[in-house]
Design a protein around this ligand. Sequence first.
Ligand code: 5AD
Ligand code: FES
Length: 350
Amino acid sequence: MKNLIDKLQKQRALSKEEFVLLLGNITEEASEYLFDIARATAQKYFGNRIYVRGLIEFTNYCKNDCYYCGIRRSNHKVERYRLSREDILACCSQGYKLGFRTFVLQGGEDLKYTDDDICGIIADIKKNYPDCAVTLSIGEKSYESYLKYHEAGADRYLLRHETASPQHYARLHPKGLSALERQQCLYNLKQIGYQVGAGFMVGSPYQTVEDIAEDLLFLKRLEPHMVGIGPFIPHKETPFADFPAGSLELTLFLIGIIRLMLPNALIPATTALGTIHPKGREMGILAGANVVMPNLSPVNVRKKYELYDNKICTGEEAAECKMCLQNRINSIGYQIVVDRGDFCPVEINV
Ligand code: 5AD
Ligand code: FES
């Protein structure tokens, strides 16, 4: 397996068969070998610097009904909420004081916000905080809508592809949602000029090693600036309530692989990773991740944005989350930076 990892490092890619072989033979030894190289690769571009993005979960209304997601339309047990423009700006103000220079506006696919509403919110944030990046994560929209948001000042867009395989996609989503349409959205976003984030869940129901190999090949084709991956975690009020959570080891291994495939990519150590293991996010950074996304949402709505059971950080204040993450990151020899944390095309000398 070391040969395959060396080959991946040199060529930044493997064939589908090689990925399948590698993923089917994960050992502790292979993982340690991979993580050492992945960490060194991240350090070539980022040193010991970890970027932070303040996550504002501004609506949990969603018109979609994805089988895995806790805020799916059919879950009548969640109390729905929307944040107003003023609420969102208050989150940014608090985040700015805490040193955040990227705000991620994330929500379900909520048609109540028109394109003009979204553009107005983006423009307000950019006016008040011209030194900050605005990231959107609000699902599948038309090319024209994406263009409008970009013209209003949005810099980045997160849209996980969820799974690259059309067959697997169809087992995770109701009819009407398709893998190819989702992938087209990502190509549209890239063409418009966003820094784009894709990604997928590890261990989602029915996922095979071949599916994961397809995910990796898709990421290679798309070449996103960011890649968010986290373990699938069941939510009790969804059709997937009884499926097991994805594995920590496999998620970490994939972070390492993606770091070697896309050496300067922005890779978050996700909240889901921190949920399945108390040190999950630290382990993610030690496997090659370089971004954390603390929650900036108002405390009174956090529990309502539960995509999966037992999500962490839902009882903390923004300042507590920031301090908690800072301590965790310092404890493994890394540092949080106050910076927009843009995609960086060249190696730095540190
Ligand atoms: N477990 C883990 N991740 C999930 N997401 C949605 N539901 C779950 C779940 N049950 C992820 C999806 C989505 C992102 C916002 O959260 O990948 O794109
Ligand atoms: Fe909201 Fe899937 S349930 S995007």
